[in-house]
Design a binder for this molecule. Structure first.
Ligand SMILES: [Cu+2]
Length: 622
């Protein structure tokens, strides 16, 4: 079958905004707008033109990202900003005089008693081919050529460097570790680019800050994911495949595994073969499986359908799990941990088991919950994760499905739940025997991950953000996103209360805030129900909704963003930039911001983008 490469997002969105919106686009009628047709504004259009039989292919489980030797070494002069080796430079934390030098927070490996060594990987932005449908070759944008990308395994207190190379000749990229607590330069700020054929080192300390001298494990993430975050091109790049899992453990979670409260994490090499477990572990992981859900739509040539002028939110008509449409998974009659990820740019899901059985949910977004809850429905909006346990032990020899009962016909919002019209997403074939080499597990009945409540009275600043629509695109407080404007200067260490408002009746906005978890205080005046009252990295703003949230800005300073995670809305500029400013310990005064939107003068060590590049390409940073 003939295939074509994923097209560059052609910067239509960027041009669109720079020229002033829909009216200007229609008036222009030339250049990139030649692609525009009236039907392009709707989600309507040709359906995927292939027939196939669902549940005939096994669920793929992404391989684990293998360690790599990096040359030049991170932090060496050859890897400095502007060098040809790693053009975008290296983390300031390598500088021994940096106030947050990495030696100050690395934890001891409980196995050896010595500080964790730095873990190093390469993860390149690369084209590949996938079979989203059987016997249809689909060109994709992937990480190391695959989608989902390889699963990154990380450990609290173990520093990690990921060297990326952008092998995509025609689009800039940025790598965001979603749900991570990451320094600004490595957070995937949409304008901290990796340009074509250039490299960038992302430095992840995986820090657990100390509170009163004790390592605070309450914020240690468990299920993170990574995805592209390039300015204006996120929806395109994620739709074309640029997403993967990053699973982190800490002593608390490792003890749960050792004591059979949780199964071992899945350890496979990049070819999907099971790896030997690390020293000290007693078994290999077979019962901890990540599931990334997305909806896809293919053109007649097998390529992924993409409409650059779809502002509503991109919907597909194929339901995929880990990149394959409606796969099956053979399971044993026992318990499994599944990490669910809503990976679609705009689709909302409500998942249930087809036999009506309940599930235990013990994690929401990156964080394990204080206590497991029993539920028959799991809600996944764009970017949300849910950590669940499904018990197949009474189903030997049977077949059940995970199915979606949320109906959605427009990218603007979901239509609502219809329990009578489920779409089966994944089939579980339950075998008759259990592999007794691997003992069963059972979630703790007591506390899982403790939750430190932020009291409303701790907040020293209240900010209001209105999510609105203007001129056919998306705004916050009446403004389109601009990297040249700092929308909130925040004092490091402060607790802030944010009021997020969506006064529209017709649109839903899942709002994602980088760098720190937040705690949802009230939605439309009422405390949220489980599991949404603990830690989240995004809050769903349905129609006519006001959410009050609390956040503590603990560790890192520098510029970060927050935005709608309907990726189309995000690219159409429903995003804002905040800058966290450190505090001078001698005077107690708040330091001036590094960037404050002043891209032309910022030193490249801050963002890794040389000033002369910004001057030559101002449109990329607008
Ligand atoms: Cu939105």
């Amino acid at each position: 079958m003939k295939t074509t490469s994923p097209k560059t997002p052609d910067l239509t969105r960027r041009s669109f905004l720079q020229r002033g919106g829909i009216a200007a686009a229609l008036a222009a009628g030339i250049g990139p707008y030649l692609r525009l047709t009236p039907s392009a504004f709707a989600n309507a259009g040709p359906a995927t033109p292939f027939r196939f039989t669902p549940f005939t292919r096994p669920l793929p489980i992404p391989g684990r990202l293998a360690p790599a030797v990096l040359n030049p070494a991170p932090g060496s002069s050859a890897a400095a900003v502007g060098s040809p080796g790693v053009y975008h430079g290296i983390a300031p934390e390598y500088n021994p005089s940096h106030s947050f030098n990495k030696a100050s927070w690395v934890l001891n490996d409980p196995e050896t008693g010595r500080p964790f060594a730095e873990k190093r990987h390469t993860l390149n932005f690369r084209r590949g081919t996938a079979q989203i449908l059987p016997n249809v070759n689909t060109p994709i944008l992937g990480y190391n050529g695959s989608t989902p990308g390889p699963t990154i395994r990380a450990r609290l207190g173990e520093p990690m460097v990921i060297r990326t190379k952008n092998e995509l000749a025609d689009t800039e990229t940025s790598l965001h570790l979603h749900g991570g607590h990451t320094p600004s330069h490595a957070d995937g700020h949409p304008c901290f680019y990796v340009f074509p054929n250039q490299q960038r080192d992302y430095f992840y300390p995986h820090i657990a800050p100390k509170v009163n001298g004790v390592q605070d494990v309450t914020e240690a993430p468990s299920t993170m994911w990574y995805h592209d975050h390039g300015n204006d091109v996120t929806a395109h790049n994620v739709t074309q495949g640029m997403a993967g899992f990053c699973l982190l453990t800490d002593t608390l979670e490792e003890n749960f595994i050792k004591n059979r409260y949780l199964p071992d994490v899945d350890l496979r090499d990049s070819a999907g073969k099971l790896m030997l477990t690390p020293a000290g572990a007693t078994q290999q992981g077979l019962y901890d499986i990540p599931l990334a859900f997305t909806d896809q739509r293919l053109n007649a040539d097998g390529s992924i359908h993409w409409d650059p002028m779809d502002h509503d939110g991109r919907l597909g008509d194929l339901f995929t799990v880990n990149g394959v449409t409606q796969p099956f998974l053979n399971v044993e009659p026992r318990k499994y941990r599944f990490r669910l990820l809503g990976c679609s740019p705009a689709r909302h899901y409500v998942m249930r088991l087809s036999n009506g059985q309940t599930m235990q949910q013990f994690g929401n977004d990156s964080w394990l919950l204080p206590k497991a809850i029993t539920t028959s429905q799991i809600y996944l909006n764009p970017a949300r994760r849910a950590d669940i346990v499904v018990d197949f032990s009474k189903l030997a020899g049977k077949t059940i499905y995970l199915e979606n009962i949320m109906q959605q016909t427009s990218g603007r919002k979901a239509d609502g739940i219809d329990p009578k019209n489920p779409v089966k997403i994944i089939k579980f074939n339950v075998g008759k025997t259990v592999n007794k080499a691997y003992p069963d597990f059972s979630l703790p009945t007591g506390t899982i991950r403790p939750h430190t409540n932020i009291a409303e009275s701790e907040a020293t600043v209240t900010r209001y953000f209105d999510f609105n629509r203007s001129n056919g695109a998306w705004q916050i407080n009446g403004e389109f996103y601009s990297a040249y404007r700092c929308d909130a200067q925040i004092r490091k260490g402060a607790v802030e209360k944010w009021v997020l408002r969506n006064s529209s009746g017709g649109w839903w906005h899942p709002i994602h805030i980088h760098v720190e978890s937040h705690q949802v205080l009230r939605v439309n005046g009422k405390a949220p129900s489980d599991p949404f009252q603990f830690k989240s990295d995004h809050t769903q703003l349905e129609a006519n909704t006001t959410a009050e949230i609390l956040m503590k800005f603990r560790t890192f300073d520098g510029p970060f963003v927050f935005h709608c995670h309907n990726n189309n809305h995000e690219d159409m500029r429903m995003m804002k930039q905040m800058e966290i400013c450190g505090v001078n310990p001698a005077t107690g005064a708040t330091n001036p911001p590094h960037l404050n939107g002043q891209w032309f003068s910022v030193p490249p060590e801050i963002c890794g983008v040389p000033t002369d590049y910004i001057k030559k390409h101002p449109g990329l940073f607008s």
